[in-house]
Design a protein around this ligand. Sequence first.
Ligand SMILES: Cc1ncc(COP(=O)(O)O)c(C=O)c1O
Length: 476
Amino acid sequence: MACADTDHLAMYPVVQLDTTIFCAHIDGWAEAGHGPLPRRLAAAVRTLIVSGALPPGAAIPAERGLAAALSVSRPTVSAALDELRAEQLIISRQGSGTRVAEVDVAPAGPTLVERALGSATVNLAAPVAQRLPAGFDWAISPADLGAQLPANGYDPVGVVALRSLAAERFRSQGLAATTDQILITNGAHHAMAVAIGALVRSGDRVIVEQHTFGGILDLLDDRGAVAVPVPRDSAGIVPSELDRRLATEPTSIAVLLPTVNSPTGVATPAGRLDELAEILDRRGTTIVADEALADLTHGQRPPGLGARCRSASVITIESLSKSVWGGLRVGWLTARPELFDTLARQRARRDLGTAITSQLLAQRVLPALDDHLVARRHNLAAAATLATRLLHERFPDWGVELPSGGAMVWATLPLADATGFATYARQFGVATLPGSAVNTSRGADPHLRIATDVGDDVLRDGIDRLDRAWAAWRSA
Ligand SMILES: Cc1ncc(COP(=O)(O)O)c(C=O)c1O
C-alpha cells in the first residue's frame, strides 16, 4: 500500500540517481510489455519501485533530462509519471521534485547461496517445446528442395503440396476448406498480423478475451486499435458477456482463442463452443480464431468455431509451433473465398513467403501429426497433473486448477498483483509470466502463468525455486 503524503518521506534519505544510471536500470523498457510508450515506461519504473530497487524517498530524475536521455518526448515521460502518481507510487511536490512514495516493497533479496543456486535460471515463463521432436525425418538435401515449386524459392501463398495437406487437415476437423483457401504463413503470430493488418484500422475497437495471447495485444497496439475485453469463466469465454459486448460495441471483429486459451490452459468444451458460435452467427461477427494451441487439448480436440459457425465469417489460424516446434515457423490460415484474396494480398505486401525448407519439413510432419499428438497430449496432461500436485503441496494458499489444454498452469496468488513477486522470483533463478502481461485491461493481476512442458526435473527445480522465493517474500 502506498502513502501519498510527502511528509512520510522525511525519514528517508534522498537517494539521487544519476539520470544515465536511472536509464540503465530500465534499459529495454520500450521493447518490453505492451501498450503505448508512456505505459511501457510506467511499467518499467513501477517494476523498479515494487521490487525495492528504487527505495522510498529516491528521487526520480527531472522530466526534461529523462526525456532527453531516453530519446522520447517530454509528454511521454509526463504521462508515464502521471500514471505512477495516480497509483501513488511516486509523489511530486513543488520545490522537492518527484520521489518514490512509501510503498510495500519486495523484501530484501535472497542470500548469496540462493543467488548462486539461482545462477541456472529455470524458464517457466515460456510454454514452448524445447527441441525438434524425434520421429520425423529432418534431413534436407538439395534434391528435396529441387522437387519443390516454385524453383526460385519465392512464394507468398505457400507451396501447393503443403496447402493441400493443410486443407485436408481442416476438412478432417469438419471445416470446409479447399487448397486455394489456404495461406501458408510464418507461424500463427504472422497469420494474425496478416488478418489484423487486413481487417483492423487505427481507432477500431476489437473484441478480445480478458486474458489472451500477448501477441494479439501487441498487434492491436501496433495498429492503434482498442482491445475490448470479454470476461472468461472456468469453461472459457462467457457467452452472455460476448453477446452483450457485440450488442453494445461498434465493432464486428473479434480476435479469439476459441479452442484452447493461453494463458489459462482452459480447453473450451464443445457445448460452450456451440453457444459462442450461435451468438457470433446471430451478430454477424468476423472472427480471427487463433487455434495455435488447439492441438494441445489434453483430451479429444473438438471441432472449432470455423466448423460450427454458419453465417459468421471465421478466419481460422493454425500453427506447428506448439504441436511440433516453434523454430519451424510454419502456420496457415483459411478464410472464405471473398476474404482470402484480401488476406493473400496483405501478406504479399508484408513479406515474400515462408522459407521453402520449412514448408518441406512441414509436408513431412503433417501426415504423421495425429500420431505424434497422441504422445504429446499424453505428456502434456501428465506434466499438468504433476505441476498442479506440486503447486497444491507447496502453495496451499494459491488457487490452482488442473488445466485441460496447453502447456501451462494458471495460478491465482493471494496478492492484488503478482507482477512484483514474478520479478522478485527471478532472483531465485526462476522466470514465470505475470498475469498483468496478458491481461487486456493491463492493470494489476493476481495470476502467474507457469510453463509445464519443460521436463519433470526442471519443473520440480522451478517449483522449488518459486517456493523459496515465496517463503522469502512472505517472511519479510
Ligand atoms: C495462443 C498463441 N497464439 C500464437 C502464438 C504464436 O505462435 P507462432 O509461433 O506459430 O507464431 C503462440 C505462441 O506463443 C500462442 O501461445
